[in-house]
Design a protein around this ligand. Structure first.
Ligand SMILES: [Fe+2]
Length: 329
């Protein structure tokens, strides 16, 4: 099975920076990550640019439409396009998200949270096997930024992810900012989360900026990485070993020089920082659930599409009500 190379520090390849990347060929950026769906058409200028970038850099493919957590079957047309792009590009690795984008053939175009239950896990493991067999390589899946917990969750997010990684023999795209956001929103300890993840399963790290809203944080990708997230990143690198690291900045996108400076700030912080301790409550979910995961997804999607109040299936918090959690999606 394909293993992930150690490439160092990378950036997203955004069309705002195509010209600068091609003319400057910056040496401090060691690899680029693309959004797979933006290059699936096998013609035109985007493919020309990508061919030129690929001639000088390793490129990783990051998708947003696999919907691996959905109770729906894998979209075979999508998977075929993904494989065709991978066969052409020969990426360093292929990744997507631990999420679902819709059920019953609806695409909400959002990355929605999976119920952390045994039946959802079993279903996702079988879908990852199917995808990996088809692509002929391991995939990496990214931990989500999570705003809403299902009342019927029977395991923590990290326990779910560890089971997924082991049973499906896939890798984790560890988004440190997502861990920070999720733990802040659910009053969990990010250090406990990081400590639980097996180092050999981490293929890549994402870092990004988030927005603080008092009762919760939102993963906005529109600013510098926060000091707390940098500290958590440094802790992770010290306890898990150095991993391929990338800064995501997808909204209010600055020029390439600013992004390179941000990547350098991350690099410096990683080299110079000391270990930091984190505090926070650790809330364990229920021991057993009764509602099948596809029914939970159906209720979630229905509330999102019809703008309805969530029922008891959503975990309520005094200072961050369930309807406010749902409104983030
Ligand atoms: Fe990410």
């Amino acid at each position: 099975m394909h293993t992930i190379p150690q490439l160092g520090f990378g950036l997203s390849l955004r069309n705002q920076h195509w010209n600068d990347v091609l003319t400057e060929q910056p040496k401090d950026v060691q690899w680029f990550e693309i959004i797979s769906e933006n290059f699936m058409h096998d013609h035109g200028y985007p493919r020309e640019v990508l061919a030129k970038v690929r001639a000088s850099y390793p490129v990783a493919m990051h998708g947003v439409s696999l919907s691996i957590g959905s109770s729906d079957p894998i979209n075979k047309t999508y998977l075929k396009s993904l494989k065709a792009l991978a066969d052409w590009l020969q990426p360093a690795w292929i990744s997507d998200h631990i999420c679902w984008t819709g059920v019953n053939d609806i695409n909400t175009h959002d990355l929605l949270p999976v119920p952390y239950t045994e039946d959802a896990l079993t279903h996702m493991v079988s879908k990852v096997h199917q995808v990996q067999n088809y692509l002929g390589q391991r995939i990496s899946l990214e931990n989500p930024s999570n705003y809403l917990a299902f009342s019927e969750n029977t395991m923590t997010e990290w326990d779910f992810i560890i089971q997924l990684l082991e049973q499906a023999d896939c890798l984790l795209l560890l988004d440190i900012n997502n861990i920070y956001v999720t733990c802040f929103n659910h009053k969990l300890n990010p250090q406990t989360y990081i400590d639980a993840i097996p180092a050999h399963r981490i293929g890549q790290v994402h870092l990004a900026g988030h927005e603080y809203h008092g009762t919760h944080t939102i993963d906005t990708h529109d600013r510098q990485v926060s000091q707390d997230v940098l500290a958590l990143y440094a802790y992770t690198m010290r306890t898990k070993g150095q991993k391929n690291t990338m800064v995501e900045w997808d909204n209010n996108i600055p020029d390439l020089a600013t992004l390179r400076a941000e990547l350098d700030r991350v690099r410096q912080f990683n080299e110079e920082s000391a270990l930091v301790d984190f505090s926070g409550d650790h809330t364990q979910p229920n021991a057993a659930n009764a509602t099948p995961f596809d029914a939970l997804m159906g209720q979630f999607q229905s509330c999102v599409l019809k703008n309805q109040e969530p029922g008891a299936w959503a975990h309520h918090r005094e200072d961050f009500a369930a309807n406010k959690q749902l409104n983030v999606y």
